[in-house]
Design a protein around this ligand. Structure first.
Ligand code: LLP
Length: 439
């Protein structure tokens, strides 16, 4: 698939438009940029920068909106933990009625540590290890989404040895182009995910004969940051057709996991509409007597987070604005050419606009948050917020260039709390040893 044109070629929404379309953000004449009534500068004063800040009301509201869109369907939200795996975020999702979609033993244990019951957890992923499968069965999770014949055999052997029955669904690869960035498209035949939908009926029948395995249905997930419903409709139609075939063959099919992937508006592109998504699910599966599931990540948490950074300096006549946040903190622009809004925290940032390259201090040209962004320069020592960083932000951070993991704060209607302290730099080498033979 050809990568979509980089979003940076589109006209940029203005700062006022970016703030107006994010209800948890507002601008105060004295305090500058606020999140849910908390001046973001106050958090940066207390914690330093770079610091992530997440809005509780934004996450709650988004979960409630998606839940409402699914009303009338026997449909359950399994929040994709990979998007933002902080315990407080997971707890909030659980309190709002969501389960979890995990892709590793680590995520499974995180979800459990946050209080999500095992039977609200589904386990996806193309390469689950034997230890991870054992953990999932020991915990008694709701289902394992199986992605290959080899994995099916492994689960059967492990479940049999443990005297357990594994509830599984088969993740099919519907060979549908989700129309998103090539690095996050997952439902094309040449992507590594799932089993070909043409092989699925035979594999499902085989699964039903295996000891320790109870096939319950199908799953699919065609990609991420999907803005258009047409690929969903195409994929769902293939799954519905397959379910009819399976049932006609005498198989039991009780569940359909419709995956995640709902996109958000980073710039001025319209976000995926939950009602339209629910409509596509209803049209395909509404009358099939199935327990339905979805696995959204980004849509629930992306807009709810910002990354605060300070301007270290500007150079080349303010063409470059060098921040103290970098690609090790937020890798999305470097990895996917992703567009993120960048707005100043202080009130009254005045002066003529110009095209600015907003960069980090890491020694790579790819360490660029925005290229040629039309805005007023922000002076050294002042701060900016990088918007829509609540999904695939902190979770994808590294410590490249020996840069410790940033602090995280959470706000809720005028209150805020630190939910992760900045990593002490010594932690970066605390597990390292220098062997005798090198000295
Ligand atoms: N279910 C499965 C099986 C997945 O692989 C994913 C995401 C999701 C659900 C949740 O997708 P969402 O609703 O968040 O789109 N790091 C990339 C995104 C990678 C998505 C991977 N899979 C980014 O920053 O754009």
């Amino acid at each position: 698939m050809a990568a979509p044109a980089p979003l940076t070629t589109l006209p940029d929404p203005s700062e006022a438009e970016l703030i107006a379309s994010r209800p948890h953000l507002s601008r105060h004449a004295m305090d500058g940029l606020l999140m849910d009534g908390v001046p973001l500068n106050a958090i940066a004063d207390a914690l330093g920068t770079p610091t992530w800040v997440y809005s509780v009301p934004a996450m709650r509201l988004r979960l409630a909106e998606l839940t409402a869109a699914l009303a009338g369907l026997d449909a359950h939200i399994h929040y994709a933990v990979k998007a933002n795996d902080h315990l407080a975020v997971l707890r909030l999702m659980h309190d709002g009625g969501a389960g979890a979609d995990v892709v590793s033993g680590g995520e499974l244990l995180r979800a459990r540590a946050a209080g999500i019951p095992a039977d609200h957890i589904v386990f996806s992923g193309v390469g689950k290890t034997a230890d991870e499968i054992r953990l999932a069965l020991a915990e008694g999770i709701y289902q394992i989404n199986v992605e290959s014949p080899a994995e099916l055999e492994t689960i059967s052997a492990i479940a049999s040895a443990m005297g357990r029955i594994a509830d599984i669904v088969l993740r099919i690869n519907p060979d549908v182009d989700a129309g998103t960035h090539a690095k996050i498209t997952t439902g094309k035949a040449d992507n590594k995910f799932g089993v070909s939908y043409t092989d699925a009926a035979a594999l499902y029948a085989h699964a039903a004969t295996l000891p320790g395995i109870r096939p319950q249905g199908l799953a699919l997930h065609i990609g991420s940051q999907i803005l258009n419903m047409a690929p969903y409709r195409a994929a769902f139609a293939r799954a519905a057709e397959l379910i009819r075939i399976l049932r006609a063959n005498g198989q039991t099919v009780t569940r359909m996991d419709c995956g995640g992937g709902l996109g958000i508006g980073y710039g001025d592109e319209p976000a995926a509409n939950p009602a339209a998504f629910a409509g596509a699910i209803r049209a395909a599966f509404g009358d099939m007597n199935l327990t339905l599931m979805i696995e959204p990540g980004r849509w629930l948490v992306g807009p709810a987070g910002v990354l605060l950074a300070s301007v270290i300096l500007t150079k080349a006549d303010e063409r470059f604005m060098v921040l103290d946040a970098a690609m090790n903190d937020l890798i999305r622009p470097a990895m996917y050419d992703a567009w993120h809004g960048v707005v100043p925290l202080a009130p009254g940032n005045a002066g003529p606009e110009r095209d600015i390259d907003i960069v980090g201090p890491v020694c790579e040209t790819g360490d660029t948050f925005a290229k040629g962004r039309r805005m007023m320069p922000v002076a050294a020592g002042k701060r900016v917020a990088i918007l829509d960083a609540g999904a695939y932000g902190a979770v994808m951070s590294s410590t490249y260039n020996a840069r410790p993991l940033a602090a995280i704060a959470m706000v809720d209607n005028g209150r805020w709390a630190t939910i992760r302290a900045r990593q002490p730099v010594e932690a970066l080498w605390s597990a390292e040893t220098i062997p005798d033979f090198t000295t």
